[in-house]
Design a protein. Structure first.
Length: 491
């Protein structure tokens, strides 16, 4: 059955490549054909997922293909109207269709070499798409930042894949687990490969400090942003899931992935707090969400990570495609006018996490998930309180949260049965790190809700973190020497 899925994937990717070759001649027709092919691919993958008896790896591939093809259909159909009349529509059509082909190939293939080829192709195409911006200055900034970051991430991935293939003697992902027996010592080449893989995953997922390429990408066309934030950045999490046997065999690597994810969660939330533009806030949100996905992978909860990829991809694609219709209404969407003292409830998830970690037997991944759910529920109730009476607010919130929780639990159970979650043992460093992350998030939520004025040094640091380009370094010698040099050149 896996061979049948791989053959169907090859036909779909070949179809997108043929459409991309004819894209410059008739770009609008190419976009329409690609959108139809994406829709039929999504329907076919979903049908195979529901009907065919498949193994765990094929199940994961079909889930990712269904999501990728659905998002591609939405972005391509949106591009037909959004990019009409663009001077470089032919080049845009070719590159965006190639990006869809590379994304689907990377999500569905079971071969490491094909996965690396899809990874490299997607990096190259994204650089070209980021150059398709409103002004040349924005194009140079976005493409240059992405080129620098991707060069590091792509080199790390090639190193990881090369070492794994040379050491294991096979290139399929399912063969990694047979080479790594539980409890056995891991050879040095595999340790280096795991370290390189973490670097590649962090760069592609826009983790700190490699997040500026994603912030610079907000200047790209809206459908490109949707594909980047809903699909392209997910390649980091997909790589972590595919290489799960290698990562799970090394607790040090798992903790490094956990630490990088926790840093990205806090940093991305802070970026979204200080950015004033809609796309900038969405970019900060993506950094935080990808960090949370890395936290789940670092805890060994790969089923959580896969479900998060599905939910975040659908949400972020919808958010970017409707970003142009965002209307700023004074007072709307804020929590400042809620009941007096209610903002202090946002610190409750941090306390609840530590109490549950010390008194319950739940896994860390479940504790983090419950803490985030509690934060969202408190914010939803506070926002609803501001708009209407408490009884109606509670009813409306429960009507939304209860079905969503039940649907999420059902999907999570299905994914848990298909993916082996080698959960990291609950130990003090992981618990303290996650507690610090949730405490920082609770503090940021409290600052946003209560509109606390940050100290000037802290605000300056967050603004610098949220810039697409790092601040320019001052010339050696200090400002006085710089001024004297400028005066001498003027004379």
């Amino acid at each position: 059955m896996s061979d049948l899925v791989q053959c169907a994937l090859a036909l779909v990717v070949a179809g997108f490549l043929l459409i991309a070759l004819g894209g410059p001649a008739a770009p609008l027709r190419a976009l329409r054909r690609a959108s139809r092919l994406a829709a039929s691919s999504a329907l076919g993958a979903l049908t195979a997922l529901l009907v065919l008896p498949v193994d765990a790896f094929t199940y994961t591939a079909l889930v990712l293909l269904t999501l990728g093809a659905t998002l591609a259909f939405a972005a391509l159909a949106f591009s037909v109207r959004h990019m009409r009349g663009d001077d470089r529509l032919g080049a845009y059509a070719r590159h965006v269709v190639l990006l869809v082909a590379a994304t689907l190939l990377g999500a569905g293939t079971d071969d490491m070499l094909l996965f690396a080829a899809a990874w490299l192709l997607a990096s190259r195409v994204v650089i070209e798409l980021l150059a398709h911006t409103a002004t040349p200055a924005q194009a140079v900034t976005a493409a240059g930042r992405a080129r620098t970051s991707f060069r590091i991430g792509d080199t790390a991935l090639l190193l990881a894949v090369g070492l794994v293939v040379l050491f294991s003697g096979q290139s399929d992902f399912e063969g990694i687990g047979t080479q790594l027996a539980p409890g056995a010592n891991v050879a040095a080449p595999m340790l280096v490969a795991a370290l390189a893989l973490v670097v590649a995953v962090v760069v592609r997922s826009a983790g700190l400090p490699a997040h500026r390429w994603l912030l610079a990408s907000t200047a790209a066309p809206t459908p490109v942003c949707a594909l980047l934030h809903a699909g392209f950045v997910n390649a980091g999490g997909i790589a972590a899931i595919k290489f799960a046997p290698l990562l799970s065999a090394l607790p040090v690597i798992m903790f490094a992935l956990l630490a990088s994810g926790a840093t990205a969660v806090v940093g991305g939330t802070a970026i979204a707090l200080v950015r004033v533009d809609v796309k900038g806030r969405l970019a900060g949100s993506t950094v935080a969400q990808m960090g949370y996905m890395l936290v789940q992978c670092g805890l060994g909860a790969y089923a959580h990570a896969l479900f998060h990829i599905l939910a975040h991809g659908a949400f972020k694609a919808q958010a970017f495609l409707r970003a142009g219709s965002e209307v700023s209404v004074p007072g709307a969407g804020t929590l400042a006018a809620t009941a007096r003292g209610a903002q202090w409830l946002l610190l409750l998830p941090c306390v609840a996490f530590f109490v549950a970690a010390w008194t319950s037997h739940l896994a860390l991944a479940d504790l983090v998930l419950l803490s985030f759910a509690l934060t969202l529920a408190i914010e939803a109730l506070m926002l609803a309180w501001r708009r209407t009476c408490l009884r109606t607010a509670a009813v409306r919130t429960l009507v939304v949260l209860v079905p969503a929780a039940l649907a999420g639990a059902a999907v999570h159970l299905a994914l848990s049965g298909a993916i082996d979650a080698a959960a990291l043992v609950k130990h003090a460093p992981s618990t303290h790190l996650l507690g610090a992350m949730i405490g920082a998030l609770s503090l940021l939520a409290f600052v946003r809700a209560k509109r606390v004025e940050l100290p000037a040094p802290v605000h300056t640091l967050l603004v610098r973190l949220a810039r697409a380009e790092p601040p320019a370094r001052a010339a050696p010698g200090g400002p006085l020497v710089t001024a004297l040099r400028a005066a001498r050149r003027a004379n």
